[in-house]
Design a protein around this ligand. Sequence first.
Ligand SMILES: [Fe+2]
Length: 167
Amino acid sequence: MSRVALLFGRLSGLDDETCALLEIAGLLHDLGKLRVADEILDKPDRLEPSERFVINTHSFETYQILHRIPGFDDIAAWASYHHEEPDGSGYPFHLHAADMPLPARIMRVADIFQAMVQNRPYRRGLKRDEARSFMRGLAEDGRIDADVASVLDVNFDAAMSAALATA
Ligand SMILES: [Fe+2]
């Protein structure tokens, strides 16, 4: 996801230092999953509500780990905001779009996009046009940042390459 976030950062005109921090935040955003039991993370079946609750603690755990590191204030925030929703219904801090700096809004779009196009153990990744419609739908419903969504839409093939790169 860090490649996609970095691409969006550059295409959004963020400066080199901000882009470097954004890439680090992208690499570390799911760090908190290290505190979630493997039986839950690797469960092939549908999650029980209690298991979903445990998984959803991961971005708060990411914050708990990163915010103690000197100089990581921005990285800790951006990394741990990746499941926040523009209307405040996300987690863990229930932030609204107005409280979300652009790098954090980028992280959310990059995370969703990458998850949708990559193959996962329980489903195939969406094809290019399916993924494009899906992301457009999220933007139309106000579930992702409109500016970042438009950067994605205009640079869709580059974003697909970044999301599917294996090296
Ligand atoms: Fe996550």
